[in-house]
Design a protein around this ligand. Sequence first.
Ligand SMILES: Cc1cc2nc3c(=O)[nH]c(=O)nc-3n(C[C@H](O)[C@H](O)[C@H](O)COP(=O)(O)OP(=O)(O)OC[C@H]3O[C@@H](n4cnc5c(N)ncnc54)[C@H](O)[C@@H]3O)c2cc1C
Ligand code: FES
Length: 281
Amino acid sequence: MTTKTIDPMLPLPWRIRRARRDTRDTFTLDLEPAKAGDSLPFLPGQFNMLYVFGAGEVPISMSGDPANPGSMTHTVRAVGAVTKAMSKLKRGDTIGLRGPFGARWPVEEATGKDVVIIAGGIGLAPLRPVIYYILARRERYGRVTLLYGARTPGDVLYQSELEQWRGRFDLQVEATVDNIPTGQNWRGNVGVVTLLIAGAGFDPAQTLAMICGPEVMMRFTVIELLKRGMSEESIFISMERNMKCAIGFCGHCQFGPTFICKDGPVFRFDRIDPWLSKREI
Ligand SMILES: Cc1cc2nc3c(=O)[nH]c(=O)nc-3n(C[C@H](O)[C@H](O)[C@H](O)COP(=O)(O)OP(=O)(O)OC[C@H]3O[C@@H](n4cnc5c(N)ncnc54)[C@H](O)[C@@H]3O)c2cc1C
Ligand code: FES
């Protein structure tokens, strides 16, 4: 395996090794470098710019295991022009990739602490590398809890992996759905993900929280954690904005005094909170 310095604006060709559909609108691509032996080490929380030829380029977080940088995994929700074009790609197709970019989740700062991971919808994808990272070093952390909310049972991501994690004695996993459409089966919790917080039973004084999901979900989750006595300094969220360069150059992702691509996407809550409450940022 070789790792080299590359122009951050230059997409490199990566080949789709496996493409699979996760839910109605979400799919996962496993990518391998077109040039065998290349690898791109990344940290949980970082993202790549993925370029679909003829369609455009979008930021997508890594959702795979950081211990395996020779294979990049991305889970994508098809919402618009580029992600819909990406959803049509097949095994063997080539995609342009530049990265990794952005700040990581605080997996090192969490050493010796309890960790609560709270994900909404596709927000589980950028947090999955955190779970791999922690499970590979499980003895370094206290109690680890994953709270996950999806719209419907059919929208639950990584179902078999969630079940596997749930079967472990060293990981507490709770999932909930907003509603159960006719014809879908679900025997778990129903309601928004914030409702799971009360039952999670972590000690706010020694827990670090990592949250990813729609902004409204993150806002209510933070309010609930603060109500339970957690400090703003112990809460981390991941922000999304439109991006072009991903290296702090073009200003597309500016948010208050920060650039989401370079200073984020992961932020300690107290550092981003003043800008979250302002309109028209
Ligand atoms: C740092 C970062 C990491 C990201 N990681 C992931 C990831 O791991 N997986 C993933 O699926 N997406 C991720 N995104 C979001 C992804 O980049 C966008 O969904 C994508 O850029 C949309 O491009 P598009 O051309 O397909 O849609 P566009 O044509 O740009 O948008 C089409 C429509 O979809 C709406 N839309 C755009 N983005 C979103 C969104 N995020 N959610 C809901 N509606 C949206 C727009 O408002 C518009 O109405 C990430 C974004 C950032 C900034
Ligand atoms: S995307 Fe260009 S500054 Fe962030």
